[in-house]
Design a protein around this ligand. Sequence first.
Ligand code: G3H
Ligand code: 13P
Ligand code: NA
Ligand code: ZN
Length: 328
Amino acid sequence: PLITLRQLLDHAAEHGYGVPAFNVNNLEQLRAVMEAAVATDSPVIVQASAGARKYAGAAFIRHLILAAIEEWPQIPICMHQDHGTSPAVCQRSIQLGFSSVMMDGSLGEDGKTPMSYDYNVDVTRRTVEMAHACGVSVEGELGCLGSLETGMAGEEDGIGAEGKLDHSQLLTDPEEAAQFVKATGVDALAIAIGTSHGAYKFSRPPTGDVLAIQRIKEIHARIPGTHLVMHGSSSVPQDWLAIINQYGGDLGQTYGVPVEEIVEGIRHGVRKINIDTDLRMASTGTIRRYLAEHPKEFDPRKYLGETVKAMRGICAARYEAFGTAGQA
Ligand code: G3H
Ligand code: 13P
Ligand code: NA
Ligand code: ZN
């Protein structure tokens, strides 16, 4: 059935697990997420960005997710809009049937300009008022995602602050988080704790401290009833990076957030973990390798079918690691 983010994350908090929120743009990604959820008995968050709604068409995204609910009625599914840039955008998604929306008021309507605390409170509070009246949950964001190393958001297209961020923007302030939640009434709060969007998160192999765990603990202690969200949570699998480059790709050396650090975050109140890049990498690596090894093949179902299997493997591994498995 369709459920809200609040329902799902309340259950996750009560039972101490986290839920990966996978970005979906097409049939293959959605089938991978769902087949892995069925195999591991996991509840699901699927999220669609503005780019996803533009790529597939809003009506297609809506009906793809409704089709998943119809095909797997036993699995609780939260249909979430990722990175809404205004209350109007969120309102359209509510009309489309999303059970949860993110109002990202940390950035302006262009998805690039860091905005003031007061602006963020205003757009988020208005979204909560509207969404809660419709039985829809709201995720807000306080702080700006970006590398603590470079101060850069690290995403060329899509959502990400333009220009260099200063240190105070890169780590959410616990006191401000408490004020923000009180002023807006959000169900979940995305926090800045050292992650960034996309494949290029860290230039050196992680040594066990890429996340600002201490900061997560402080925020969770201050707002224990608010579910924390980690964006930019792809682990950037080194095996898929190598396959992409082995079969003609040209990605630079780069590292993501280790799964063990995410699991540590889950111990301290992180409940929703956003993952897009890992599935993109598995899909691209699969297609590059398949076409190189099967030069006579021209049926897209062959290589797209292989991408479903590859993505499914990553989804199932995250469900197991985050404790989502067995909770559907
Ligand atoms: O927040 C970024 C997500 O990975 C979605 O990316 O805007 O390119 O669809 P996108
Ligand atoms: P990744 O780029 O790390 O997969 O993050 C995705 C995300 O945060 C979507 O909102
Ligand atoms: Na989101
Ligand atoms: Zn994000």
